[in-house]
Design a protein. Structure first.
Length: 254
């Protein structure tokens, strides 16, 4: 069919847009927080402040939401926000634990701590937080804890895909396709690309699913479907997919 194939896409795509944050600090091991002279009374009710101080997770998250809603945080507010995430994580909020893992990993207020990030993200992933599974897999794939560990990343990415995280499904498809961390398996790759595409991940998922459809020798070629998939990938910013559209438009079904 002479379509230009995928290449150089094994690493996770879109991490910055999905996970970009800019703070780091202490982790979930310290279930305390201070007001740091933050005027919470101007942001939320007194009940939420008092509730968080006695351990009500929903009240801590209400304080977090109030701070996150501000366009710019003061230094005391940034400190309070991180501590509140820690508290909510310690109280059992999987979403807060994921955010703590992010804050461990990125930052301009302290040195990043990938080991603590991965430990916190693992806990959140095991609790069913799909973004945490994705990020935990990335930490290993990128060699943030030592040598690149594709094999070690597989369980996290598989767990994330099972939780319908589209980028995790695409990544597993790539690993099957390139035999990186998983044995070469065309069926496994095709299935995971298809699932990623169904979940809305067009850049890699729909692109590679379209290539697999075009390369199936025993199936009748569905040009319109392949073009639709390649078009979705093109619209997501994949310029190779855009180039392939002109190739597909030149096909003449037998």
């Amino acid at each position: 069919m002479n379509l230009e194939p995928v290449s150089g896409m094994l690493k996770i795509l879109g991490l910055v847009s999905l996970l970009g944050l800019s703070m780091v600090g202490a982790g979930c091991s310290t279930p305390t927080w201070q007001r740091h002279d933050v005027p919470f009374s101007e942001l939320v009710g007194t009940d939420e402040v008092e509730g968080c101080e006695v351990g009500r997770t929903e009240d801590c998250l209400a304080l977090v939401d109030a701070l996150e809603g501000k366009s710019e945080l003061t230094e005391p507010e940034s400190l309070a926000l991180f501590e509140l995430y820690n508290v909510a994580c310690s109280f059992g909020s999987d979403e807060a634990c994921f955010r703590v893992g992010e804050l461990y990993f990125y930052g301009d207020r302290a040195n990043p701590d990938p080991e603590s990030a991965h430990r916190t993200l693992t806990e959140a992933c095991e609790a069913g937080q799909s973004d945490a599974c994705y990020f935990a897999g990335f930490v290993l794939l990128e060699g943030k804890l030592g040598p690149e560990d594709e094999l070690g990343a597989v369980p996290y990415l598989q767990a994330g895909c099972a939780l319908d995280h589209p980028q995790c499904c695409s990544q597993i498809g790539l690993m099957y396709h390139f035999a990186r961390g998983l044995p070469a398996d065309a069926v496994g790759a095709r299935t995971h690309f298809e699932r990623a595409c169904e979940l809305g991940e067009a850049y890699v998922g729909c692109f590679n699913f379209a290539l697999y459809l075009a390369d199936e020798p025993d199936a009748e070629l569905d040009v319109l479907w392949i073009r639709e998939l390649m078009g979705a990938s093109c619209e997501s910013g994949n310029t190779v997919a855009c180039d392939n559209l002109s190739v597909i438009d030149g096909w003449v079904p037998e």
